[in-house]
Design a binder for this molecule. Sequence first.
Ligand code: NAG
Ligand code: NAG
Ligand code: NAG
Length: 251
Amino acid sequence: MLKLKLFYIFSCFVFVENKELPKFMRDLRCPLTHDFKPCFLEKGNAAIPLIAKGDPEYNIPKMDPFEIPVVKLFSSPSMALNLTNLKIYGLENLKIIDIEVDLNRRMFRTTLKGENVTAIGNYSIDGKILVMPIKSKGLFSMYIQNGIYIATKIDHIIDKHGEKYYKPVFEPLDYHLEKVDFQIHNLFGENKVLGDEVNRFLNNNWDILMIEFGPEIAQIISKIITDIFDNLAAVVPVKYVFLDDPVFKFK
Ligand SMILES: *[C@@H]1O[C@H](CO)[C@@H](O)[C@H](O)[C@H]1NC(C)=O
Ligand SMILES: *[C@@H]1O[C@H](CO)[C@@H](O)[C@H](O)[C@H]1NC(C)=O
Ligand SMILES: *[C@@H]1O[C@H](CO)[C@@H](O)[C@H](O)[C@H]1NC(C)=O
């Protein structure tokens, strides 16, 4: 019995720690040569909608939509903002529009474009938005129009059980948004006129609002991206990641 248990643990261990990429990604690998960029633009874009379907075996969550039960945004001491039942739509339609590679530093800078990333959920707020005191809860949506997201990752290499693995380290996500459109329902309860007025005001000043909330939102999007790479890198050795074995290039 003990033997069986040990064997079980051991085989799990080996399996968990050393896998090839998910099947749907194996045909989408690129060589780390001068062909990398055109290959990655094509194969990477083919991979996004497939990745977005999720793969529990690799701890990749479903992303069409991506669901987050609770987000606590405390953007300042005078403000508490909780979001619940958050659903983020449009991640499966992100397009890779550029990739910059520095092989010496193992740096990959990927530029993604999202025409429509929309978050829908419940909010509960107690505090001030642009000096207006607000205490309310209800439904909200946030539509990010034509966002550009630039994710920069440096792959460190670590040894685990005699095998080389990447340890990706991400820089803070850089982003440029063309426009953000909020619909916050029930802001002032029965007073729909005031609620509409404040919504209009917030939308006219979305860029000021984003100074406060942009970094939090970027962190949510950034975590979705980094988790995918972290979870894959944790179980897929370096030798399975690219079409050619790059270990020799990365002494
Ligand atoms: C953006 O996506 C959301 C969620 O899929 C959809 O409800 C909305 O109509 C879209 N907006 C535009 C302008 O395409
Ligand atoms: C946000 O959630 C925390 C913890 O659940 C709670 O203590 C706080 O009152 C909530 N704030 C608002 C504005 O709902
Ligand atoms: C979300 O907000 C809507 C509208 O206020 C409400 O009917 C619903 O019960 C809320 N859901 C949760 C889980 O709080």
